[in-house]
Structure formats: structure tokens, C-alpha cells
Design a protein around this ligand. Structure first.
Ligand code: APR
Length: 240
């Protein structure tokens, strides 16, 4: 197979909006009900753990009630059909804490802001899949301590697996950003990282974002339309 190329895809809340999961910075956004600093920081968790636990209990329930949409399914199809050998690679870096990429069937997914359906024990460092609530302070399945927190990267904490992400960006032939406002670093800087290493860059978003100026091409519209269309193009070109 001739060289298909290395693709890095960044997804944000916009790809899950049509699955009914609220984004952060729209007028009806998640942060409208809560100030970020009141629920998504380590200080907030120390100050009012019950509020933070209840906020993420709500997120967890919303995730479980949501279904993947056509955009998640299209990326899963690309993941299934794109090479994972010397002729090409693919990595979906998501800022989202939902599991809709995985439930659509994607496997090469990296959650840089953690996962809403996982918990982290601050006593023994174990991580566990978790579909229940934390507001009732349940014991850690590993050590029994009541020290579980959402396995979410809060503001001021280091996003996960950044080395792996930077390595993928440095090898990318194509960087595609889907459904993100480009408001939060380091994710907002990935487009410049990728293009600095010679990648072509494409943005698929409902509105222009803070980073649109850095992309070779921006297509505006709902992800459920733009993403399947783009995947057809990519697989069509590859003759897959
Ligand atoms: N299709 C495509 N894009 C959409 C859709 C849709 N149906 N609906 C909304 N969008 C776009 C919006 O235009 C916006 O640019 O998705 C983007 C959502 O932006 P944010 O709400 O800022 O979400 P995101 O970019 O993922 O936020 C990044 O900030 O709050 C932190 O940790 C949180 O991971 C989050 C990070």
C-alpha cells in the first residue's frame, strides 16, 4: 500500500453537541450554570468537594444517556480503515470526557482531559471505570479508602500523555480539528505545532474559532454533516 500518511484529529465538545451533551462556551453552555473555578479546579475540590462531585455525577449520567452521532461513527470508520503500519497512522486526541468515540467503535483515542466514566483514588493512585456516583463518597475498590475523585484533568493540572501527542503532531501529514473553540491551551496550540512540522491543517466547526486563522482550510457546519463528508473524501482518495 503506498504511503497513506499520518493523521492526527483533535475533537472538542462540538463533536458531541448533536448527541445532546452541552458544550462549554455557548450561551447555554455548561459553564453558564457553574463558574469554571467553582467546579473544575483542584482548589474547588478542596473547598467544596460535594459540589464538584455532584457536578461530575451529573456529567457521568449525561454521558451514559447519550449516544454517538454520525460524526463519531464516521471517525470510527476512518479508524477501522486507516492503516496502522508503516504506510500510515491515525490518532484521535479528544478534549472530551465522554466515551462516544469508543462507543462508536474507535480505538485509537487519547483522552487528554481524562474520562468522565473513570475515577482516580488520591490515596493509592488506582484508576477505575465508574458509572455510578461519587457524592456518597464510596470506598476505592483497590484500597478501600474514601479518596475517589473524577479522573478529569482540571484547570491548572497537566493534560494526559502530552509527550505522545507532541510526537504524533511532529509526524503528522494532516491535522484535523473538529468541534473545538480553540479557547484552551495546550490543545489550542496543536494546529501551529502540526503546521510547523509541515502538516496540512483542516478545521471542521460550527463557527469560526479562535484558531481559525492558523488553518489551511476551515469548513463551517454541524459535525454530523462535515465529518462523514470529510471521511468519505479521505477514504475515497486513499481508494479504500
Ligand atoms: N458541530 C460542530 N461544531 C460545533 C457544534 C456542532 N454541532 N456545536 C458547537 N460546535 C462548536 C462551537 O462552535 C465551538 O467552537 O464546538 C465548539 C465548542 O467549544 P467549547 O464549548 O469551548 O468546547 P471545547 O473547545 O471542547 O473546550 C475545550 O475547555 O472547558 C474546557 O476542558 C474543557 O475540554 C474543554 C476545553
Amino acid at each position: 500500500m503506498d504511503r497513506q500518511g499520518n493523521i492526527v484529529i483533535l475533537t472538542g465538545a462540538g463533536i458531541s453537541a448533536e448527541s445532546g451533551l452541552r458544550t462549554f462556551r455557548a450561551e447555554d453552555g455548561l459553564w453558564e450554570d457553574h463558574r469554571v473555578e467553582d467546579v473544575a479546579t483542584p482548589q474547588a475540590f478542596r473547598r467544596d468537594p460535594d459540589l464538584v462531585q455532584r457536578f461530575y455525577d451529573e456529567r457521568r449520567a449525561n454521558i451514559l444517556a447519550a449516544e454517538p452521532n454520525a460524526a463519531h461513527r464516521a471517525l470510527a470508520r476512518l479508524d477501522a480503515e486507516w492503516p496502522q503500519d508503516g504506510s500510515g497512522s491515525l490518532l484521535i486526541v479528544t478534549q472530551n470526557i465522554d466515551d462516544l468515540h469508543e462507543r462508536a467503535g474507535a480505538s485509537r483515542v487519547l483522552h487528554m482531559h481524562g474520562e468522565g466514566l473513570a475515577v482516580w483514588c488520591t490515596a493509592c493512585d488506582a484508576r477505575h471505570s465508574w458509572h455510578g456516583t461519587l457524592r456518597d463518597d464510596p470506598p476505592c475498590p483497590s484500597c478501600g479508602e474514601t479518596a475517589l475523585r473524577p479522573d478529569i484533568v482540571w484547570f491548572g493540572e497537566m493534560p494526559y500523555r502530552m509527550e505522545e501527542i507532541f510526537a504524533a503532531l511532529s509526524r503528522a501529514d494532516l491535522f484535523v480539528s473538529i468541534g473545538t473553540s480553540g479557547a484552551v491551551y495546550p490543545a489550542a496550540g496543536f494546529v501551529q505545532q502540526a503546521s510547523g512540522h509541515g502538516a496540512r491543517t483542516l478545521e471542521l466547526n460550527l463557527d469560526r474559532s479562535a484558531g481559525s486563522q492558523w488553518f489551511d482550510e476551515t469548513r463551517l457546519g454541524p459535525a454530523s454533516e462535515l465529518v462523514p463528508q470529510w471521511v468519505d473524501e479521505v477514504l475515497g482518495r486513499a481508494g479504500a
